[in-house]
Design a protein around this ligand. Structure first.
Ligand code: FES
Length: 165
């Protein structure tokens, strides 16, 4: 009995798929419908990702991509970028080691800065007018192609507090 039920379900699925293809092919819009059906089930394609050009502490340009919504700290971790000491507190706003410097044009697109980020940013070495913490900046399509500089020096406030340096 279970086999019959399974075969019926399989036939139903195949029939449904066939009907869709027939109907849409007849209307000449098969391609369009196929695309709309696959958007919800496909993983994010790489062309949906945001390109970021990092300049490391040596001035070397490193181009990577990350999905919208990921923070710049996520991108650094996921792409296994070797920025010494970067992201020491793992995005808990307790270190300022994720200090990044942006071009002014990009900086204006980054959204508001919280008091907590501002307090931690004040402790970063080499602070500029366009500095932010990478763990607080999330990728959006409007940031496509942005250039981000990793400052030469890094300060980890947690080490200063416990007396080590
Ligand atoms: S990773 Fe520590 S403040 Fe961003």
């Amino acid at each position: 009995m279970a086999l019959v039920t399974a075969l019926k379900r399989l036939a139903h699925v195949r029939f449904g798929h066939y009907s869709l293809r027939t109907a849409t092919a007849a209307s000449g819009s098969y391609r369009t419908v196929q695309r709309s059906l696959t958007i919800g089930t496909q993983p994010l394609r790489s062309d949906n990702k945001v390109t970021v050009h990092f300049f490391n502490r040596d001035g070397e340009k490193i181009t990577v991509k990350g999905p919208p919504g990921d923070s710049l700290l996520d991108v650094v971790i996921n792409e296994d970028l070797d920025f010494d000491g970067f992201g020491a507190c793992e995005g808990t706003l307790a270190c300022s080691t994720c200090h990044l410097v942006f071009d002014e044009e990009v900086y204006k697109k980054l959204g508001p800065i919280t008091d907590e980020e501002m307090d931690m940013l004040d402790l970063a070495y080499g602070l500029t007018d366009t500095s932010r913490l990478g763990c607080q900046i999330c990728l959006t399509k409007s940031l496509e192609g942005m250039e981000v500089r990793v400052p030469e020096s890094v300060a980890d406030i947690r080490q200063s507090k416990d007396g080590s340096s």
